[in-house]
Design a protein around this ligand. Sequence first.
Ligand code: ADP
Ligand code: MG
Length: 401
Amino acid sequence: MRTLESLGDLRGKRVLLRCDLNVPLRDGAITDDGRIRASLATIRELLATGAKVVVLSHLGRPDGPTPELSLAPVAERLANLLGQPVPHTATVTGDEARQAVEQLRDGGACMLENVRFDSRETSKDEAERASLAAEIAALGDAFVLDGFGVAHRKQASVSDLAELLPSAAGRLVERELDVLTRLTSAAERPYTVVLGGSKVSDKVAVIEHLLPRVDNLVIGGGMMFTFLAAQGFRTGQSLLESDQIEVAKQYLERARDLGVRVHLPLDVVVTEAFAAEAEATVVPADAIEGSKFGPSARGLDIGPETSSRYADVIRSSRTVFWNGPMGVFEFPRFAEGTRQIASALADVAGLSVVGGGDSAAAVRLLGFADESFGHVSTGGGASLEFLEGKRLPGLEALGWN
Ligand code: ADP
Ligand code: MG
């Protein structure tokens, strides 16, 4: 894969830098700037070489121009972090964008508006995407893809643009690939994969691909109930994907054949309502409906016995990949399982990787610094697809194979 070195001397060159600055916002304020910080290394390096940096990103899933999804607050935060102005344009292409780029001095940066304001960005029609890519390409001399979170997208500012200019991967993409490659080949043993989050169906392909490579598979989050149901337990009103119960059974059998230990919860924190202040109690995993809530019990976190067992498995591993919170961490009362797992991960003597948008947000919300882990992946869907063994269009365009 081509890296920044392949682009030669960039002094005075206009570099179109596709980042993934899709940060969470609440009432127009950025609630987690992790993705902006993760992009700083490449931006700073390009600025230091005297390039003119034109930052491109999407934010949310707008259907045409949407003021609440403007990148203006993101440009402002980037300017603060860099300690230099980052003018933000009101459009993606056109005169205003051109003028902003023309005004850049060597070592200066600007940010174009949310690239998804232009519906051609995500169009399934190749010609439409190509026409937007050509308009953006006219603003630059080289293209750098640093938004690992969009590397799995066949989109105008990702794969199409890479075909039109000298192009290379940024440092963040390099680092992500370095770490993720260690998870698919040559992982140090014991190797443990911890999966949680809301849906089994999202994670089926990862389980498929990683099962033959790992020593332990640890299951929590909303998906644990489908596995509990596969064991024949009743799960009340907990999240359940009935159409995945058979699949879960098959994985449990495959794991047994492969000698992989699958860890399922021993106890569960249940409540009656899906609410922050809901009264909660701990029950054994095989007696969810035996709680005082009866069949209306709903599991929102792993219980304390489970957390401590899972933490032991994690701490005694040399490689750990974790995707998916253990419970509804957005409610502090149901965040304890996720906290215990994060804390165990931080103690791993070896490589620990947190992947997934919500998982990364959860560890930050719970007060863990990114540095506590070996790596916090910025790409949710992209890292999962990579671990599933899929080919990512954004990387293929940069010569990855
Ligand atoms: P990631 O983005 O890290 O891949 P997911 O999107 O798969 O993670 O899942 C995150 C969501 O899973 C969180 O919003 C969390 O509230 C939810 N979740 C975790 N445990 C449960 C549960 N027991 N019941 C319902 N939702 C859950
Ligand atoms: Mg998610």
